[in-house]
Design a protein around this ligand. Structure first.
Ligand code: ATP
Length: 298
């Protein structure tokens, strides 16, 4: 079945990597939704040295929903995710051109406070990465580091002690991350003693503790077993009531289960199609996307 029926979109020779000269129609990624976008990306190019990793990406991300990014290995999903909160700035060879806006404000403008940006746009990585500290200290790490909450001898000596607020924040964040019931009797235990799935929910709690508006997730369940994965998926579903979630996943069933809209990146760092998840999986416009989601390559 070919979806590329117009003259201009005829799919050409398909290789096993999905490379083809099928023209990418900008209409295929012009996903329309109601309300203002939480994030808006326009003509985004990212280079690593002379390698062109993302090629002219434009897409808008609706708030309080789950947006999935899918595509074969190396097509630029993680690069795109990192460009949303300027994590690519940490990579020496990376160069970013184009625009990313958060609530209409340019993320790449001069003078943007990167700490503040990454508080508003938090990130959860593929492998759970708790600090070798207590569960409590892991969750409260961000607010303490940023000086939002202070505890301890020095703080008390200076007449400031936010221990109660901190305890509240730890409980609230662990509850929101659906792990409170499992750890509330051992908050002072080392986080490395938790299972992989618990560690990942703890990392989500740590991210929530800085009160983000957008949560970027880079394959957050790929290192977990099916039961732990199901818990993370349920959690993502709940989080989307309050937060804007953008998730990279290799697992297409997962994208289909948890996201409202899906963006498909293909070889060469192109955004080929972006639409409601159901449309992407059941009736995509692009032949290459159809071949990818039906498992013909990738
Ligand atoms: N730190 C880096 N330095 C140089 N090149 C990089 C770096 N990170 C990614 N790249 C290159 O950029 C391209 C896109 O990589 P990226 O990791 O964004 O893709 P991806 O779709 O997330 O892949 P995967 O699914 O395998 O994680 C690849 O060619 C990759 O080799």
């Amino acid at each position: 079945m070919s979806k590329a029926t117009s003259e201009s979109t005829t799919a050409a020779e398909q290789t096993t990597t999905g490379e083809t000269d099928e023209r990418v129609d900008p209409e295929w990624s012009n996903y329309q939704f109601s309300g203002a976008p939480k994030m808006a990306v326009e003509d985004l190019d990212v280079y690593y040295g002379s390698d062109h990793a993302l090629d002219g990406i434009s897409m808008e991300i609706p708030e309080r929903s789950v947006t999935a990014l899918i595509g074969p290995s190396g097509c630029g999903k993680s690069t795109f995710l990192r460009s949303l909160n300027r994590m690519n700035d940490r990579i020496r060879s990376a160069r970013v051109e184009g625009s990313v806006r958060l609530d209409g404000e340019e993320v790449y403008a001069d003078g943007v406070d990167l700490v503040e940006l990454r508080k508003r746009v938090g990130m959860v990585f593929q492998n759970p990465n708790p600090f070798p500290k207590s569960i409590r200290d892991n969750v409260s790490y961000g607010p303490r580091k940023h000086g939002d909450l202070e505890t301890g001898l020095l703080a008390r000596a200076l007449g400031r002690d936010d221990t109660e607020e901190l305890d509240d924040l730890v409980e609230r964040s662990l509850r929101r991350a659906a792990i409170w019931e499992e750890v509330n009797d051992r908050l002072d235990d080392n986080a490395l003693g938790l299972s992989g799935g618990q560690q990942q929910r703890l990392c989500i709690a740590r991210c929530l503790a800085t009160d983000p508006e957008v949560i970027l997730m880079d394959e957050p369940a790929s290192a977990l077993d099916p039961i732990a994965t199901a818990k993370i998926e349920d959690l993502i579903d709940e989080l989307a009531e309050e937060y804007t979630v953008v998730i990279v996943t290799h697992n297409m069933q997962q994208a289909a289960r948890i996201s409202e809209q899906t963006a498909v990146f293909l070889t060469g760092g192109e955004l080929v199609e972006y639409d409601e998840t159901e449309k992407i999986f059941e009736n995509p416009e692009s032949q290459r996307v159809e071949d990818y989601v039906t498992g013909k390559f990738g």
